[in-house]
Ligand binder design. Structure first.
Ligand SMILES: [Cu+2]
Length: 316
């Protein structure tokens, strides 16, 4: 993107953050803007659309709806950008995305001496470079309203506290080259694109190399390389980088699908429940996905082709 195109994108995002929400603030106290409608919708469906058969199709439509809102409600004339991870995986803060210039998505947060390294499942992720509030670039002093949620995936079966409560706080970033260079590099992307079937693709995306302990794949890697706002499984769309991260995931899925139309275009695997428990209902092409106030429900088969059913986009 040219610098002008980048600026028009962040201007449109800031515009959505100033527009009134469609969700009721009485029912969803933390929803204060149109931007927050997207965050709350993501929170609402989190326990269905992650680590499950709904992950790829649901986020495809979610990012498309975001692009539509930017265009229809904020006069954006460009496209949803994607974050091409390997280009800057070794040096996030000098990336045009995160250098904190006026044409970036802002950059690192202020240094927070209290930020800890993260351990779990046999891996330790060293702390990032920031850990505090973002104080420069287009999202300088940006206020988010929802979360934070606990990182523990296994301790709940319903939307946990703080739910949709109003908790104004700053956008937190902590750029982490260790995470991005290990989990979002060229080798990982090539491995993802050479996946043999959809379950292999999903495994590489979320756990690579394949381990039951939840080692990060490039999906988690992108989330964990940016800081605590982006690490939040429920409320991560509050980091303006979220949609670009998912743009890249969608791009790689689309590229992978188009390499073998017959076997991959409509390939699905998994259930409609997080972590695919044995009792989860397997997804199928006629499984209905919901988007709350963002859109009518639609069937999975309507999003399997980015050029079909009114989506009408492609990646170059
Ligand atoms: Cu998500």
């Amino acid at each position: 993107m040219t610098p002008t195109e980048r600026k028009s994108y962040t201007d449109a995002v800031l515009c959505l953050a100033r527009k009134p929400p469609r969700l009721s603030t009485a029912l969803y106290p933390g929803v204060r803007s149109r931007f927050d409608d997207f965050v709350a919708t993501h929170i609402n469906y989190t326990l269905h659309v992650h680590y499950s058969g709904l992950f790829l199709p649901w986020h495809r439509r979610f990012t498309w709806l975001w692009e539509q809102a930017l265009r229809e409600e904020c006069s954006y004339t460009g496209y949803l950008p994607y974050w091409n991870w390997p280009l800057w995986a070794h040096d996030l803060k000098h990336s045009p995305l995160f250098d904190c210039s006026e044409t970036s998505l802002s950059g690192d947060g202020e240094y927070n001496p209290g930020e800890q390294s993260l351990s779990g499942g046999g891996v330790t992720l060293p702390r990032g470079c920031g850990g505090g509030c973002v104080r420069c670039g287009p999202f300088k002093d940006f206020q988010v309203h929802l979360g934070p949620f606990s990182r523990d995936l296994t301790s709940f079966t319903d939307i946990p506290s703080p739910g949709f409560e109003y908790h104004p706080h700053c956008l937190n970033r902590s750029l982490n080259n260790f995470v991005s260079s290990n989990y979002d590099n060229e080798t990982v992307v090539s491995r993802l694109l050479s996946s043999t079937d959809i379950s292999d693709f999903q495994l590489v995306l979320d756990h690579w190399p394949a381990r039951p302990d939840g080692v990060l794949g490039p999906h988690g890697g992108g989330h964990f390389s940016l800081g605590s706002t982006m690490q939040d499984l429920f409320a991560s769309p509050q980091d303006p980088a979220f949609m670009l991260h998912h743009g890249m995931i969608d791009r790689l899925w689309a590229m992978w699908q188009s390499k073998d139309e017959r076997h991959r275009r409509y390939a699905l695997n998994g259930t409609a429940t997080i972590l695919n428990p044995p009792w989860g209902k397997p997804v199928a092409l006629d499984t209905v996905m919901e988007f709350g106030v963002l859109d009518q429900p639609c069937q999975i088969k309507e999003v399997m082709d980015p050029m079909g059913h009114g989506l009408c986009y492609k990646y170059t």
